[in-house]
Design a protein around this ligand. Sequence first.
Ligand code: NAD
Length: 484
Amino acid sequence: MIKHLINGKHVESKEVFETINPATGKVIAEVASGGQQEVDAAVAAAKAAFPNWSTMEVKKRSQIMHKVGELITKHVPEIAEMETNDCGQVIGQTLNALIPRSAHNFHYFAELASHMHGETYDSDTGHLNYTLQKPVGVCALISPWNVPFMTATWKTGPCLALGNTAVMKMSELSPMTVTRLGELLLEAGVPDGVFNIVHGYGQQAGEPLVSHPDVRAISFTGSTATGNHIITQAGLKKYSMELGGKSPFIIFDDADYERALDAAIFMIFSNNGQRCTAGSRILVQNTIYEKFVADYVDRASKLIVGDPLDPNTIIGPLISKAHYNKVTSYIEAGQKEGARLVLGGGTPQVADKFKGGFWVEPTVFADVDNKMSIAQDEIFGPVPCIIPFKTEEEALQIANDTPYGLSSYLWTENTGRVLRLGKAIDAGMTFVNSQNVRDLRQPFGGTKGSGVGREGNHYSYEVFCEVKNVAISYGNHRIPRWGV
Ligand code: NAD
């Protein structure tokens, strides 16, 4: 039984739900299903823990955060396997990339917190002003299922290191590893109540959390629809919204073709296409278009689909039956809309023990018109759309013709074009001649339907800190003498 973590204790609920291994469709654990009562208890614990945690010596708090990073590193194989079983990410990614990187989220923000500083400035009126970055208080951390442990640490690291306390609600589809994170935080010396977890569904557990009057800030990662809804429930809270994407991956004919091909495959088929920054719209210049489509299909057809615990596997299952239905409905829609299905579209051959899982073949659409639903909507599966273009102007127009603005990828050797498009693409991030390579100093976040705010580096202060200004008069500036 996976339980809540409230005030340092594992807590059950009357209601439970089941978490399923998406590769087999079999139940792997029962999970306590929380609601208003559990949220109230968790927020009260976080509120009570805030005064001591926020005033703890920064050096001591940073040491504890480093210790969390060390414990994650020590437990990488165990957490990676748990994550693979709970959400279907292949072990090659969880073991070698995502879980090790999660440890770094704690080391990095432990350092950042210990180097935090404000501004001072003198004013003509004879005031010295200084700013303080104060922790906000109790934060709601809400996470989706696609990279659960990484996302949980990406939120918890800065939130706690900067002196806040937290209540986390992980997606009901991937509750296992965050529970392990809670245990490691306690083992590292994080006091009871500083980090709490309430498991449950969005409406029952998430909604009371985001609307709770004692929650001061919300760090949300999830779909654009839920993000929009949460904003209406949040009232006057600080928030950061990391939402969906439909990122353009633009390849000009002067690009390093082989590297662009490698990256175009990686950016949609890693994590089974279930990544917010997926390069899901591949825009290819007409002069290399037909060759690219043929080479792309050849490469995609060789991707190994199957057992997520096999280190050679590239593509695992989708997270759930409902998500499988969504992805396959787009595969049908693409064909009805007139896109050319050049690979896949069906169910892959998998071993008998995986027959109950949620599998789709790597699927490629070519000759996609950017107005089609498969190019406009976030499919969130291994289904790239290849779109031809002729000129730089046309590429830019297509790239920006989307409700989203999270990431973008630009492949060209033309420096002027890099500088022009680097500025003109309406997205939070552009990677040039590269796949998505994260550095925690980069501001992460999107424009338009992809979100509000940035996290990473000092940008994380935006949601997790309040700037306080103190103005000190050191002279005899004029004060109106009324009523004398
Ligand atoms: P989702 O919006 O359905 O759920 C996300 C979380 O919100 C879950 O924990 C869910 O239980 C909770 N939730 C649902 N309704 C709620 C409510 N009314 N109040 C409070 N919480 C509520 O998203 P999902 O399907 O779990 O995740 C996939 C989405 O996440 C995709 O759109 C993907 O692009 C996005 N995503 C974005 C980023 C990013 O950094 N921009 C990263 C990963 C995933």
